[in-house]
Ligand binder design. Structure first.
Ligand SMILES: Nc1ncnc2c1ncn2[C@@H]1O[C@H](COP(=O)(O)OP(=O)(O)O)[C@@H](O)[C@H]1O
Ligand SMILES: [Mg+2]
Length: 159
């Protein structure tokens, strides 16, 4: 069971974006973030802010709802932004090459439930709960001790 390492509330899209930028500062190649939350929670907004903060010239970051995978070149190397809502079997995950990417690239994955057994055990789950209006609760959960150390840096300085 993953335990909650940190949680916080944001009261605006900009605050969530700022938090995403801070998380981006502690990432390295091979890190996998699982973005969990209902439609409109802010998963894509979080991913967009994070991705753009890792680029010298920020690109457009469309929601991957229809393409399933969008890839980016970033300061940390390849980054994959995925939306697995329409994936129905782990076979498709392998066909996409996402299992390899999760080991080598930075991966940001919306609707990660559909990874099933392919979920990396050392991933960081970011759960976003829409508390109404512009208020969101974000929980950061992992079984991996390295994330506890990385997030300590983020929450000491930024939140
Ligand atoms: N505190 C907040 N954090 C993130 N998004 C927020 C917040 N308050 C309002 N929003 C709005 O919620 C929406 C989130 O959309 P999106 O990121 O596409 O959701 P998802 O990818 O989870 O379906 C955006 O329109 C954003 O402006
Ligand atoms: Mg989305």
């Amino acid at each position: 069971m993953a335990s909650i390492l940190y949680h916080t509330e944001t009261t605006s899209p900009d605050q969530t974006a700022d938090l995403a930028v801070s998380i981006g500062q502690v990432l390295k190649a091979g890190d996998c973030l699982l973005l969990v939350g209902s439609v409109g929670a802010g998963k894509s907004l979080f991913a967009r802010a994070l991705i753009q903060s890792l680029q010298d010239t920020p690109e457009d970051v469309p929601s991957p709802t229809f393409t399933i995978v969008q890839t980016y070149e970033t300061k940390l190397g390849d980054l994959w932004h995925c939306d697995l809502y329409r994936i129905s079997s782990p076979h498709e995950v392998i066909e996409l090459g996402l299992d390899d990417a999760m080991a080598t690239a930075v991966t940001l994955i919306e609707w990660p439930k559909n990874l099933a057994d392919l979920t990396p055990p050392d991933a960081l789950t970011i759960r976003i709960n829409d508390l109404g209006g512009d208020v969101r609760k974000l929980s950061f959960e992992s079984t991996d001790a390295d994330w506890a150390a990385s997030l300590e840096k983020v929450f000491e300085n930024a939140v």
